[in-house]
Design a protein around this ligand. Structure first.
Ligand code: NAD
Length: 294
């Protein structure tokens, strides 16, 4: 299949590489020339802008940070809309506001172009392995048409409902992840202040009712002082902002999400916005004057 891929960052780069490896003809664009060059070195074709990506591809995937970036890639100058023809499809795999996904679907429909929102979960290691979880919103027939293509990048590909449902599912995921990191940080801050060995606490509780992937993955990283992203604090702020915007539009109250949003903001204000989201632990270290370390 002729696949266009826009946005070659932490996630987009390995995802696009997996499409090349699977034998697809992949045309790529990013603002960073080095990222384009890296993809060309493994067999992708370079485009000079997003318009050219659309001209050369039957399906165009976007993997950029947030709604305004998707809007720019699709409808900005030299964007996808300038090069696309009716009958083609856009799949946005970025994590964005579901209301924005619905807006993009409407604008593309006027051009005769299909749209799916298909954000992902799992982070860079799973993007490299091709085992990310992909949650998709959109017309079911269109989903079935591209399920196998998405399966090249993902371990699970789930149809969640109409356009926007993919991103609402992703926001649900992001709320649970952020609150979970805050929960484990809070628990281990207490254990540390009480003079316990955090590794022994981990060994004692990580298979009990408090068991979570977050505890299994993030506590060893925090204890090793490893805050290398992974998933940046700045991106999690973006996701929780989208969650709060969506919840307010739906008259839903998310009190713990608001609280953790402010914690993330403190971490960012302290200059750690580019850290992995496990740096939520730094907030607990700051307010309690301790280090959650071995
Ligand atoms: P990133 O910042 O590493 O990469 C984004 C890339 O998009 C950059 O290379 C940037 O130059 C490019 N870009 C931005 N606007 C563009 C445009 N108009 N045209 C072409 N290229 C453009 O981000 P990332 O970590 O790869 O995340 C991408 C998306 O995936 C985000 O929505 C993020 O929330 C989501 N996500 C990330 C992770 C993770 O662990 N990093 C996990 C799951 C989901």
């Amino acid at each position: 299949m002729k696949v266009g891929f826009i946005g070659l960052g932490i996630m987009g780069k390995p995802m696009a590489k997996n499409l090349v490896k699977a034998g697809h003809e992949v045309t790529v664009f990013d603002f960073k020339q080095a990222s384009i060059d890296e993809l060309v070195s493994v067999g992708a074709k370079a485009a000079k802008n997003n318009k050219e990506v659309a001209e050369k591809s039957d399906v165009i995937i976007t993997m950029v940070p947030n709604s305004p970036n998707v809007e720019a890639a699709l409808f900005g100058e030299n964007g996808v809309a300038e090069g696309i023809e009716a009958g083609k499809t856009v799949i946005d795999m970025s994590s964005i506001n579901p209301l924005a996904s619905q807006k993009f679907e409407k604008k593309l429909k006027e051009l005769g172009v299909g749209f799916l929102d298909a954000p992902v979960s799992g982070g860079e290691p799973k993007a490299i392995d091709g085992t990310i979880a992909i949650m998709v919103g959109g017309d079911e027939d269109l989903f079935n048409k591209f399920k196998d293509l998405l399966g090249v990048m993902g371990g699970t590909v789930t149809h969640c409902g109409s356009v926007g449902a993919g991103n609402t599912t992703k926001l649900t995921n992001q709320i649970i992840v952020a609150l979970n990191i805050a929960a484990v940080s809070e628990g281990y801050a207490l254990a540390k202040k009480a003079g316990l060995d955090p590794q022994k606490v981990f060994d004692a509780i990580h298979t009990g009712l408090a068991q979570s992937t977050i505890q299994d993955v993030k506590i060893p990283m925090i204890l090793d002082r490893n805050f290398k992203p992974g998933f940046r604090i700045d991106l999690h702020i973006k996701d929780l902002q989208n969650a709060l915007d969506t919840s307010h539009a739906l008259n839903v109250s998310l009190p713990l999400t608001s609280e953790v949003m402010e914690i993330l903001q403190v971490v960012k204000n302290d200059g750690n916005g580019s850290d992995d989201h496990d740096a939520i632990a730094k907030y607990y270290e700051k307010i309690n004057d301790l280090k959650i370390e071995r």
